[in-house]
Design a protein around this ligand. Structure first.
Ligand SMILES: Cc1cc2nc3c(=O)[nH]c(=O)nc-3n(C[C@H](O)[C@H](O)[C@H](O)COP(=O)(O)OP(=O)(O)OC[C@H]3O[C@@H](n4cnc5c(N)ncnc54)[C@H](O)[C@@H]3O)c2cc1C
Length: 412
């Protein structure tokens, strides 16, 4: 059945994915004065919510942080179809087909399908107690499973894995982090930050094994009991959390003939290769000012920035200014904030003392700051972000001295 009702201003925007990007976009469209019809399809059965608390509050906090109050959607005349996924897109007809055997025409389509946990292709990964963490439903399962006195093996030392490790450890759980690379956070942080975080977790009783290859998981009565490593080490556990990254959910876009390469390729206004289709959030790879090539960022600020880009393009408003990419992570009492793209720049300046729990690492090329990684140092983070955006040169010696205000480290 094709639903052909047309709204008074003539356009219908269909958004696929009720995550942070899609949920933000629908609100922004109304805020920008879009008076046409908005339909949001969400495969999950929960209204759009914040994912960051899932790894930070899964034991003792509130998990359900809605992006908008449930009444919002009705008040704003946004049709939200939860538990219904879009199964295919017909770009020529400008029509989507859904799991509810519905077809719906669009004038503008926005793909905000996010990412899903990368699965571990080893024997035993289908045992009960082997979990992943992406959705509210996953967090509810993890909350029940991880109880004081239990043992959790976390496969993958990325941000999500380390956040879960910190919460579990602080609640009396025996934690082992198993990392394939030679350091935790290898893909996303500098070697300096990896070392600091590794030490921080170890000092608090977490076992971290790096350079480790998981060869299988073994169980008893269908439940996971051990993670077996390549060197013969057995890590006993009651729960194994697989946190080895996320893969973009770009299959819908690929099947529709959009240009896709490890994510949907978009420009700096969230356009895909089809003029009637936008893509935003974790599913995209996009350009960033001053960075070669396209990057897939997995962060809330990036999802929000692209939602702003798409909303502006849809209503015909001026494009928003490019933002410096950033994100945050909470581990134990450390509030980490990271801005810029951490690669391997020639210079790094440490400001503050990691032992005090308050520090910032400024990465720079010839005195121009390209990234800042900070812990409990919101002022340094904000200043670092401005330095990245402004491109001024700094004096590394003055930058390293916490007694020198950061603005005085800029070379005039
Ligand atoms: C545990 C955890 C902690 C995090 N912590 C932080 C943090 O501290 N700071 C930070 O900046 N970022 C954090 N992130 C990352 C952040 O949550 C993501 O970058 C953000 O959620 C991306 O939003 P999105 O809308 O692109 O994708 P998602 O939030 O993944 O939403 C995509 C939605 O689309 C739905 N969908 C997919 N395909 C279809 C379809 N065909 N039809 C209908 N619906 C579909 C999915 O079910 C999903 O609900 C965290 C992520 C996780 C998992």
């Amino acid at each position: 059945m094709t639903h052909q009702q047309v709204s008074p201003d003539g356009r219908r925007v269909v958004v696929v994915g009720g995550g942070h990007a899609g949920g933000t976009l629908v609100g922004l469209l109304r805020q920008a004065g879009f008076a046409g019809e908005i339909v949001l399809f969400g495969q999950e059965t929960d209204l759009p919510y914040h994912r960051p608390p899932l790894s930070k509050k899964f034991i003792d906090g509130d998990l359900e942080h809605w992006l908008r109050e449930p009444e919002f959607y009705q008040e704003q005349d946004i049709s939200v179809r939860l538990g219904e996924s879009v199964e295919s897109v017909d770009p020529a007809a400008r029509r989507v087909h859904t799991s509810g055997a519905q077809a719906l025409d669009y004038d503008v389509l926005v793909l905000a399908t996010g990412a899903e946990p990368r699965w571990l292709p080893t024997p035993g990964s289908d045992l009960a107690g082997v979990l992943t963490l992406r959705t509210l439903a996953d967090a509810r399962v993890l909350r029940k499973a991880v109880i004081s006195g239990s043992r959790i093996a976390i496969i993958g030392g990325g941000y999500v894995g380390l956040e879960v490790a910190a919460v579990a450890r602080a609640n009396g759980v025996e934690v082992t982090v198993i990392e394939r690379e030679e350091r935790v956070l290898a893909r996303v942080a500098s070697t300096q930050l990896s070392e600091i975080m590794q030490a921080y977790h170890r000092e608090r009783g977490t076992t971290i094994i790096t350079g480790a290859q998981v060869v299988s998981l073994s169980g008893e009565d269908g439940r996971v009991r051990d993670v077996l490593l390549g060197d013969g080490t057995r890590v006993p556990c009651d729960i194994a959390l697989v946190g080895i990254g996320a893969v973009p959910r770009d299959e819908l876009a690929a099947a529709a003939g959009l240009v896709v390469d490890q994510g949907i390729l978009v420009d700096d206004q969230a356009h895909t290769s089809d003029p009637a289709i936008f893509a935003i959030g974790d599913v995209t790879r996009r350009p960033l000012p001053g960075i070669d090539g396209l990057l897939r960022l997995e962060s809330i600020p990036s999802a929000v920035e692209q939602a702003k880009q798409a909303a502006a393009a849809i209503v015909g408003a001026a494009p928003p200014h490019a933002e410096v990419p950033w994100f945050w992570s909470d581990q134990f009492d450390l509030k980490l904030k990271i801005a810029g793209v951490v690669s391997a720049p020639p210079g790094t300046v440490l400001r503050g003392d990691p032992a005090s729990g308050r520090f910032a690492l400024f990465h720079h090329t010839d005195g121009r700051v390209t990234a800042v990684e900070s812990a409990n140092a919101a002022g340094d983070f904000m200043a670092g972000k401005k330095l990245i955006a402004g491109g001024e040169r700094v004096d590394p010696v003055r930058l390293a001295d916490p007694a020198v205000p950061l603005r005085n480290a800029v070379i005039k």
